[in-house]
Design a protein around this ligand. Sequence first.
Ligand code: SF4
Ligand code: SF4
Length: 384
Amino acid sequence: MDPLQRKFTIERPHLRLVFDVLAGRGYRILGPTIREGAIVYDELEAPSDLPVGWTDEQDGGAYRLKKRADEAVFGFAVGPHSWKKYLHPPVLRLWKAERKGDGLQIAPEDEEPPKYAFIGVRSCELHAIAVQDRVLLGGTYVDPAYKKRRDRCFIVAVNCGQAGGTCFCVSMNTGPRATFGFDLALTEVLEGGRHYFVVEVGTEEGGEVLGEITHAEAGVEERASAAAVVARTAGQMGRSLDTAGIKELLYRNYEHPRWDEVAKRCLTCANCTMVCPTCFCSTVEDVTDLTGEHAERWRRWDSCFTLDFSHLHGGSVRTSNKSRYRQWMTHKLATWIDQFGTSGCVGCGRCITWCPVGIDITEEARAIRLTEPAPAKREWGQGE
Ligand code: SF4
Ligand code: SF4
């Protein structure tokens, strides 16, 4: 059988070898770890840096870590960080310039970023990376900083063994099983006193890495156990979103009273855009030193929730909370489809959990849909 189709097992103690082999190949290992009461992504030295035995409880505007009854290594959902912080960094110097005589000499940034190995990438996050690939690599202008990072990264995906309270990947058809975009994919199984991972190989390099780690061919029962883990997770989704005709639904409802209602709650704090793994907007800032001899241009993440973001001559186009929330949600679920051929939302639930007032994109879409007549009863041509 093709090695890319076969499945293997790695026993829990041998997870350490994944780290050793990747480090030996020059990768900087990044993955989930606990910092200040949340599971975030950071540099890892060993599997003991992972949130072993921890889980998270999530709801609108609520996040809490809790001890698990077992020693699961990946027994939690996604936290406030996403992999975009490494592939599309929040702050990045684009170039620097020195005064030379009457002119300026500009030196582009040519530093090579490290080779990243991402451990524990969830299926919704693979879809989010694919969305950013489409936006930052797939158009006329390729983002060179993103490309350098993306080309060199090794991805160890994890099929989710537990859904979070705000997850809705099943609705978005983006999870919980990783189906593409990984070098290796693990499903964690704890049963009958045994703790192991069922492994799928996604690339040739993934196969080479697995070849250096103690592993065995997965048997029928082990494969079935892994499939049961993913099926159980799919049944645990904390949220759902009816995506049928969602683009047209939002286009028909630009003036819906629900936008006024949500605007009363929205703080325009921009949290939802910062935590969203697909949001990619940025701005640039130029800085000089006091002598005027040295200047730099920096790029930093920006958000459609700021007034400046839509500033044209004469002022901001979106001055109200209503216009900014409506722009964000309509972009995610509707105009993104026209722009990039895919939804801008992968159902990770971060914008719901990390909204300080608990605004829920699934609830906002549902509230608008509920006020429309059922499709079968709609008059011909109405709202088309
Ligand atoms: S929806 Fe929530 S997170 Fe997003 S800008 Fe409004 S208050 Fe902030
Ligand atoms: S819009 Fe919200 S649920 Fe959708 S991908 Fe972004 S953060 Fe996740």
